[in-house]
Design a protein around this ligand. Structure first.
Ligand SMILES: *Cc1c(COP(=O)(O)O)cnc(C)c1O
Length: 347
């Protein structure tokens, strides 16, 4: 069935092994992040087979899915848990990333075993965490109120929201907090932190990397690059041509917004051979697709239709043909989440 995703779990495993070995030498453990594939058990198993012990996910539904498939952790909840859903998590999650006293105290009052809390510190990306200059005080205050749960350390996330890259300066702001609160675990993510390793930045005391993208796709979208020592092309989209016609390249008539509310400008290249493939915004991010066939160019998409220019393709293109694409993080995210896209896991 098309559209479908070919997921090369074998190539991901190679990535995981390469990174595990590289980071192990620096005393850094990997938390294998499963959220991009909604906690698919094959992805979880891939991490485990590569020697990665902790699985990180942002959603309890995904953890339940892994548990049902016989993957029994340990699990790190990498999104701050909502108070209203702690009950569902308390028997499952061993590691929590948190940033609020209420959450720390709620977990503490509910658990009857050791769980590790990682207090998030915002070093500048401006997503979760207490600002670094206020962190030590806040964490110390909360620490003294906990009875069963314990604050094992501190963590930071950069790249994902603000697009911030690691620097010796923002690394130091985390390391300083870690020292002040006597952290055992210092946990950073996502993938962009690999840059800190490659460029020999200060990693003193940092002993945990939460990584998804680099292993699953071999890319570093915040860094705008393929990671050259890892495999790319781990996820391929196949979609079918349902219409193929010569048409002008610039829409005719006065123009407002497209179905996604965007103002789009099309270049006038004269008449072109345009194919519609049966996949759209509901399934993929069209701007995250890279055609694997020379001469294919993605133009634009609405909910269910993606238009590609195939004028320069070096063969006879026909209705019913399958076109193949590499995908970036956001395209994969949407495709995995779309029930209309078949997934084929190859191990
Ligand atoms: C998604 C996420 C990660 C993994 O990020 P990648 O860029 O996919 O490696 C790590 N930590 C947190 C808190 C996340 O939300």
């Amino acid at each position: 069935m098309y559209p479908r995703l070919l997921v090369y779990v074998n190539k991901m495993k190679e990535n995981a092994e390469i990174l595990r070995e590289k980071l192990e030498k620096l005393g850094i453990n990997i938390v294998g992040v499963t959220k991009l594939f909604m906690g698919h058990p094959k992805i979880a198993k891939m991490y485990k087979d590569a020697g990665i012990e902790i699985l990180g996910d942002s959603r309890i539904e995904n953890m339940n899915r892994m548990i049902e498939a016989g993957i029994n952790g340990s699990f790190m909840m990498i999104r701050i848990p909502p108070l209203s859903r702690l009950k569902e998590m308390i028997d499952i999650v061993d590691w929590y990333l948190i940033s609020e006293e209420e959450v720390a105290l709620a977990i503490d009052s509910m658990v009857d075993r050791t769980v590790h809390l990682i207090y998030m510190v915002d070093v500048g990306d401006l997503r979760e965490g207490v600002m670094y200059d206020k962190a030590a005080e806040e964490i110390t205050r909360i620490k003294s109120k906990l009875k069963k749960a314990r604050i094992a350390g501190v963590g930071a996330n950069i790249g994902c929201f603000g697009g911030v890259w690691p620097t010796n300066e923002n690394l130091k702001s985390l390391i300083n907090v870690a020292k002040e609160i006597d952290a055992e675990v210092v946990s950073v993510g996502g993938t962009i932190y690999l840059m800190a390793v490659e460029q020999n930045m200060i990693l003193e005391g940092i002993n945990q990397f939460r990584i998804g993208e680099a292993i699953l796709l071999g890319t570093d979208i915040t860094g705008g690059r393929d990671i050259e020592y890892l495999n790319q092309g781990t996820v391929i989209l196949e979609a079918e041509i349902i219409e193929l016609k010569r048409k002008p390249s610039k829409p005719i008539g006065s123009k407002g917004y497209d179905s996604m509310g965007r103002k789009v400008e099309f270049e006038d290249l004269g008449e072109r051979l345009r194919a519609i493939i049966a996949v759209g915004e509901q399934d993929i991010n069209p701007y995250g697709l890279t055609p694997l066939e020379r001469g294919v160019k993605v133009i634009h998409a609405s909910s269910d239709h993606t238009i590609v220019d195939v004028t320069e393709v070096d063969r006879v293109v026909k209705v019913g043909d399958i076109l193949r694409f590499k995908m970036n993080y956001s395209a994969v995210l949407r495709a995995v989440t779309s029930p209309y896209v078949e997934k084929v896991y190859i191990d």
